[in-house]
Design a protein around this ligand. Structure first.
Ligand SMILES: [Fe+2]
Ligand SMILES: [Fe+2]
Length: 201
């Protein structure tokens, strides 16, 4: 007969027992899905803030309607993840206040450099977000989350819209920005770091 202490240790440590338990399987799926929703929620806040920062500079110029349209879509994306965060009781990332400020600063700062730099920022950010959504679309399929088909469809739709934003950036001369390649690399590295952190913190 196992002592109570050994039993407790066995139950809390055995990976085989956990793997076979539907309770833990559900918990693990929830953890994977929570992580996805948490990082997407953070990313969409960042995106909304970037466009808000750019709009502060480009109000009243010919770029206003172009950026306004993208900002409107980001608001819808953010609202969708806000809804998921509350419906599924997902803890938002602790970094939300940081992304709020950093996103706005990135948008504002790139717009200060000029219209091309603002668009270069858009291209870099949207490319990373679209790739990130593609990873999730693949993951949701591979992990067999059949019940999550509506989430997968939603992410696909958002991915397409992010790619449209990227195309708008290119159309509006992103590649003419001063030091385009270097700037794009720095922003992309920042986005990758933000994704890494938001999935974990
Ligand atoms: Fe978005
Ligand atoms: Fe976007």
């Amino acid at each position: 007969m196992m002592s109570r202490r050994t039993f407790v240790r066995y139950m809390s440590s055995s990976p085989k027992w956990k793997q076979n338990s539907p309770l833990f399987a559900d918990k693990e799926s929830k953890a994977v899905l929570d992580k996805m929703i948490r990082v997407d929620h953070a990313g969409e806040l960042g995106a909304r803030q970037i466009y808000a920062g750019q709009l502060a500079i480009f109000r009243g110029t010919s770029l206003e309607p172009v950026i306004e349209e993208m900002a409107e879509q980001e608001k819808k994306h953010l609202n969708a993840f806000n809804r998921l965060i509350s419906e599924r009781r997902v803890r938002p990332t602790a970094m939300m206040p940081v992304w709020r400020v950093a996103g706005y600063a990135l948008g504002f700062g790139s717009a200060l450099v000029g219209k091309e730099a603002a668009m270069a920022c858009t291209v870099a950010v949207e490319e990373v977000i679209a790739e990130h959504y593609n990873d999730q679309i693949r993951q949701l399929h591979e992990k067999g989350f059949e019940k999550e088909e509506p989430l997968r469809e939603m992410i696909k739709k958002f991915r397409d819209e992010e790619l449209e934003h990227k195309d708008i950036g290119i159309e509006f001369d992103a590649e003419m920005a001063p030091m385009y390649k270097a700037m794009s690399q720095v922003i992309k590295a920042g986005c990758h770091a933000a994704i890494y952190i938001s999935e974990r913190v």
